[in-house]
Design a protein around this ligand. Structure first.
Ligand code: C2E
Ligand code: MG
Ligand code: MG
Length: 767
């Protein structure tokens, strides 16, 4: 830019000498220029601003017209100038062009462009101009003109002209500088407005397309760093989501989350470069919406994956169309078996026939045990493979064409067994079904699974098919309840058991208020010395009517009716309270562990907060306690609520893996989360008999622990023989009736005073 405040006048070569009409107003020009420049500097809407600026500067400089032209390229390639803004002094003729009119080449076309071919400021007398410009200027009554290019984004956008219709004018340095500065500021303002427009166009597209864009950091715990505002369509504010960066994980449908996390891990580890999946995400109103998600890793300058970028496309329309198709079809697309609808039609038919005196029949409700684990660990497509394989086995057990085998949804199958003379026939089929399912499946990997079966047999008393289904369902519930991998018939007694369960649920809520729960403590013993090196707190319920009830019975109820959260908080508080009491009594209790079940971590985010608060309340340090999580809980938790585990760690609370060997173990969590103890499930110890294979599992667990530097505890040691085997396998820590059953707090205090345990003190199982 030329200097603004250079006072020297630029004299045109053969300029007739005449006073500068604005001579009195050099300061006025400076002022007008600066005011205009500042206004432009802050403006992103030049349209409303430019007319007044042209007026201000035109008046200050005493010119006849100030005009801003935009260059337009004609189809033929010529460039013409279209008038965008104009100001003229009083008494000066209007410009020929209409402001804003599109120009076309031809006689009445716009002002010929490129006054200044080189893109510089040019002062010109009309009489010196070449045609066609000269003709144009003459027609406009212009005597002299000062023009300078306007650049937008570094490119020639147009030009701004001062025209004098009275004099052949000598433009002063100040006027030239003013025009230059103005051109520069106008160019910048137009550029900004254009960028903004483009940005808002892009935003518009993003906001209005059925797409949500997001980015997740590739560093655990993979916080959400960006999400497009289009997520507002699902009731969320993009800023809120980014502000609580782990929350997005909670929006996944529980069945989809594990795969989503596996994808993130896979991309971060470089195992997969991109993923394309379909999931359900919860919208703010609680509805699940189907999305197709395309993700890939974005590589940073260091060659490492920096972020995961993704694009969510709303596919709910397609999904609902698919659902409609499914609804009218009678075949399950995964297994090729009849679906629930087709089954119901068959059932109606069989029921009507039996009512008319035809043969009796039975229905078997089959539910795979822990199918969800298989889905979570191996992925949905392996889950589907397993369902297909199960369907094949069931088909093979079908007798003739009269039995119907269907998939009723999820991991549930249903068999209509026709023509049974007595219920034992149904039992025999169920036993065969269970046996067939328990055989290992080869679906690329070897998978073991079992099933639970509920059976309802037609009797003339049954009112309808719905009732039979309900009966089979209750029987299935019972089979699951009693430990899975078994079948149960529906019966009156069975109904009673279920009712009791429902009642117990209500009692449990009250039990917490009425102090009916207590904790027993079972010592953890160091084999070599007999020293008590830990205690496990185990919940007990003294039911006023039913007497003592064990946790294996009431914890599942607490999980199913939601009381588990209160119960869990009660346990935390009771343990801390007990530690504090024992300390006050001069005891030095070893770390006290307690059990935390899946449900406790699932629906809540404040478990760790409550724990921290209680520890503080009772002045108990984090190392004075230990949390026991089963493999399944730990695995689900690392996937669903990895934050919680991470936060427990950051509190410094040790974690033990309970019932090791019974879940689907993914050893990766042992590495991810440096657990403090591994507790080998008691079923491996309990069943150890001379020559049984279970000791191999114990030995393997102990050497795995040694390898990873994690102490292993053998649970459920009841006999000298078992203790010997554990010792031979290298086991150093045991818990079991051999040393002591779980005992009430007062007895536990005595044991702690005593410090060591020998088998002699064992009183045998008590509670
Ligand atoms: P767990 O954590 O594996 O606890 C060990 C279970 O084995 C206890 O059963 C204990 O009494 C029993 N046990 C200990 N030594 C022996 C032995 O030598 N032989 C045999 N046969 N059994 C032995 P309990 O108290 O009935 O607890 C069962 C399960 O209930 C626990 O298994 C734990 O998963 C759960 N549980 C107990 N208290 C709580 C609690 O406060 N919260 C939650 N979420 N779960 C709890
Ligand atoms: Mg335990
Ligand atoms: Mg255990």
């Amino acid at each position: 830019m030329a200097q603004l405040f250079d006072d020297g006048a630029h004299q045109g070569a053969d300029e007739p000498a005449r006073p500068n009409p604005s001579a009195a107003g050099d300061d006025a020009i400076r002022l007008a220029t600066v005011v205009s420049a500042i206004a432009l500097l802050h403006s992103s809407a030049p349209d409303s601003l430019i007319p007044e600026i042209l007026e201000r500067i035109g008046q200050a400089c005493g010119v006849s017209r100030v005009q801003l032209y935009e260059y337009k390229r004609q189809p033929a390639g010529a460039i013409v100038a279209a008038l965008r803004y104009a100001w003229r002094a009083v008494g000066v003729a209007a410009p020929m062009q209409k402001i804003g009119a599109e120009v076309s080449e031809g006689r009445d076309s716009g002002r010929p462009a490129s006054l200044s071919a080189k893109g510089e400021t040019v002062a010109l007398l009309t009489r010196d101009a070449t045609e066609p410009l000269r003709g144009f200027l003459t027609q406009m009554g212009v005597k002299s003109v000062l023009t300078t290019p306007v650049l937008v984004g570094g490119e020639r956008w147009g030009e701004i002209d001062f025209e004098d219709c009275v004099y052949e004018r000598a433009w002063s340095g100040i006027e030239i500088d003013a025009l230059d500065l103005l051109a520069e500021m106008i160019g910048a303002a137009i550029g900004r407005a254009r960028d903004l427009q483009e940005a808002s166009d892009v935003n518009w597209i993003v906001e209005h397309s059925p797409v949500v864009l997001y980015r997740i950091s590739a560093t655990p715990p993979y916080p959400l760093v960006y999400i497009s505002r289009s997520v507002s369509r699902y009731g969320y504010d993009a800023r809120d989501l980014v502000a609580s960066p782990g929350r997005y994980l909670e929006l996944f449908h529980p069945d989809d989350l594990a795969v989503a996390i596996a994808d993130i891990n896979g991309i971060v580890a470089g195992r997969i470069s991109e993923a394309r999946r379909e999931w359900r995400l919860r919208s703010a109103d609680g509805r699940y919406v189907w999305f197709e998600d395309r993700t890939h890793g974005r590589i940073g300058t260091d060659g490492k994956i920096q972020e995961i970028e993704g694009l969510l496309v709303d596919i709910s329309d397609r999904k609902s169309a698919e659902a409609k198709i499914k609804e009218i079809s009678s075949v399950d697309p995964v297994t090729g078996l009849p679906n629930r609808k087709a089954f119901m039609a068959e059932l109606e038919r069989a029921f009507a026939a039996a009512r008319r005196g035809g043969p009796a029949f039975a229905i078997h409700y089959i539910d795979l045990d822990r199918f969800k684990d298989i889905n979570d660990v191996f992925g949905h497509s392996k889950g589907d493979d397993l369902l297909k394989a199960v369907a094949d086995r069931l088909r093979r057990l079908r007798r003739g064409n009269t039995d119907v085998i269907a998939r009723s949804g999820g991991d549930e199958f249903v068999v209509l067994q026709s023509d049974i003379s007595e219920p034992s026939g149904a039992g025999a089929l169920a036993a065969r079904l269970l046996k067939a399912i328990a055989e290992p499946f080869n679906i690329g990997i070897e998978v073991h699974t079992t099933a639970s079966i509920g059976i309802a047999v037609f009797t003339p008393e049954v009112t309808g098919t719905e009732e039979m289904i309900k009966q089979a369902d209750l029987a299935l519930y019972r089979a699951k309840d009693l430990g899975r991998n078994q079948f149960h018939f529906h019966s009156e007694a069975l109904d009673d058991a279920t009712i009791e369960r429902v009642m117990l649920g209500g009692d449990l809520a009250r039990a917490l208020d009425r102090d009916e729960l207590r904790l027993d403590y079972q010592p953890l013993v160091e084999v070599a010395t007999g020293r008590i090196v830990g205690l496990e707190a185990l919940a007990r319920w003294d039911h006023p009517r039913l007497g003592p009830i064990g946790p294996s019975r009431f914890i599942p109820i607490a999980e199913s009716n939601g009381t588990i959260h209160r119960l869990g908080r009660w346990v935390v508080d009771a343990v801390c309270h007990q530690i504090s009491d024992w300390r006050a009594a001069g005891l030095k209790p070893p770390p006290i562990s307690f059990n935390v079940s899946a449900g406790q971590l699932k629906g809540t985010v404040d478990f760790d907060r409550h724990l921290a608060e209680r520890l503080k309340h009772w002045s108990v340090g984090p190392k004075a306690i230990e949390i026991e999580l089963t493999e399944t809980v730990l695995m689900e938790t690392t996937q669903h609520h990895r934050e919680i585990i991470a936060r427990l760690y950051s509190l410094g609370v040790p974690i033990a893996i309970d019932d090791f060997g019974t879940g689907y173990s993914s050893l990766s969590y042992l590495r991810t989360y440096r657990v403090d103890h591994i507790k080998v499930a008691q079923e491996f110890i309990k069943d150890i008999k001379p020559g049984s294979g279970d000791i191999a599992i114990v030995r393997a667990a102990i050497s795995l622990g040694r390898e990873l530097g994690i102490p292993v505890i053998a649970e459920g040691v009841e006999t000298e023989f078992q203790l010997d085997l554990v010792r031979q396998a290298g086991g150093q820590l045991v818990q079991g009736f051999y040393f002591s059953p779980p005992v009430p707090a007062a007895r536990a205090a005595e044991l702690l005073r005593q410090g060591t345990l020998s088998p002699e003190v064992a009183a045998g199982p008590s509670s």
